[in-house]
Design a protein around this ligand. Structure first.
Ligand code: AQP
Length: 326
């Protein structure tokens, strides 16, 4: 089986954007690929965080993966910081990564504008660590949301630079795999749904919270009163309908919006029931899994053991290729 790699940061509760853009795809891809899934904790040091929360967040993210259907029997699930070869390879890749390429990264521009007091080297070099994460396992595929595509393109560029500089072909150029819901907007209807922006519907949210958030979600701004006709094409809630609802419901909501026979609240209520159908079983299963943190730690230890073997082999090969092995 071909190998793939992906990960998420332990920066807070995963949301339906993470799930639909990435995690659901990971679960499905376990059938066909050798999967390596990581909790990329070192990436999450690039923005401010509470040290005391980190352990809990790592365990929480592992429980979320498991509750979503990541199967530790079929894939390798591990914590990035436990495998030190990630950061070693990052340094080696840093030495073939042009700064001009890093300067183009939109995520860096975006995150540095939101963290003005803490624009650090790690935030800038984030895509190089991400490239190391991927190619340490010689992964050929990377299932991610659309926001990460630029970083995967850069990974390919770094692979080309490395292979050319050292006259080798040890690393394949990885390809992204996008889901059909590659960019979910937040309840603000403007920004990408994000853990760090307070605009998400979380996989941990209870029914009441989901309802409250959904009722706040922005719709067509031109539709002020129920009697105003709307345009589903500019309504973020309608874009969610296209993911969650049945064909009939989608066409009824579209028609009802255009001729103002259905109000936004009614439209959201239909969506609410479908969102609950997705979130409730994940939330309940996660709560169950979290009761046994020893099990979660065992899963991560086992995953790390398997990753460690691959990582050490790759780094040995890399040391040979770059000429530092005596
Ligand atoms: N809104 C989204 N729509 C589709 N896919 C998304 N992803 C994130 N947001 C959306 C995908 O989820 C995976 C894990 O993301 P991450 O934890 O590495 O961090 P991120 O991309 O920075 O996600 P967030 O939620 O926006 O986190 P914060 O707020 O901490 O930065 C990735 O594959 C991502 O593409």
């Amino acid at each position: 089986m071909k190998r793939l790699f992906s990960g998420a940061q332990p920066t807070g509760t995963l949301h339906i954007g993470n799930y639909l853009g990435a995690i659901k795809n990971w679960v499905d891809l376990q059938e066909k690929y050798e999967c390596v899934f990581s909790i990329v904790d070192y990436h999450s040091l690039t923005i401010n965080y509470e040290k005391e929360d980190m352990k809990k967040r790592i365990i929480d993210l592992a429980a979320t993966y498991l509750a979503c259907g990541i199967d530790p029997e079929r894939c390798k699930l591990f914590v990035q910081s436990w495998i030190k070869e990630h950061t070693e390879l990052m340094w080696i890749l840093s030495c073939v990564t042009p700064m001009g390429e890093l300067n183009r990264m939109t995520q860096f521009k975006d995150k540095s504008s939101k963290n003005v007091g803490n624009v650090n080297l790690g935030l800038y070099a984030y895509p190089v660590l991400q490239a190391a994460d991927i190619i340490l396992y010689k992964s050929e595929f990377v299932p991610v949301g659309e926001d990460q595509v630029q970083h995967i393109e850069l990974t390919r560029e770094i692979v080309r630079k490395f292979n050319a500089r050292y006259n080798t072909d040890i690393f394949p150029e990885p390809q992204e795999i996008l889901s059909s819901s590659k960019r979910i907007l937040g309840i603000d209807g403007e920004n990408k749904m994000s853990k760090s922006l307070n605009n998400h519907i979380g996989l941990d949210d209870d029914d009441k919270t989901i309802q409250q958030k959904l009722m706040q979600a922005k719709t067509d701004p031109a539709r002020v009163r129920k009697t105003d006709p709307g345009n589903p094409a500019v309504c973020n809630v309608f874009s969610w309908h296209k993911i969650f609802s049945t064909e009939n419901e989608i066409s009824e909501c579209a028609k009802g919006c255009v001729d103002a026979s259905i109000g936004c609240v009614q439209c959201k209520k239909i969506l609410l029931s479908h969102m609950k159908e997705l979130i409730t079983p994940i939330r309940e299963k996660k709560a169950q899994i979290l009761k046994d943190t020893d099990y979660i730690k065992d899963v991560l230890v086992e995953g790390a053991k398997k990753c460690d073997i691959i990582a050490k082999n790759t780094i040995n090969e890399v040391r040979e290729v770059i000429g530092v092995k005596i």
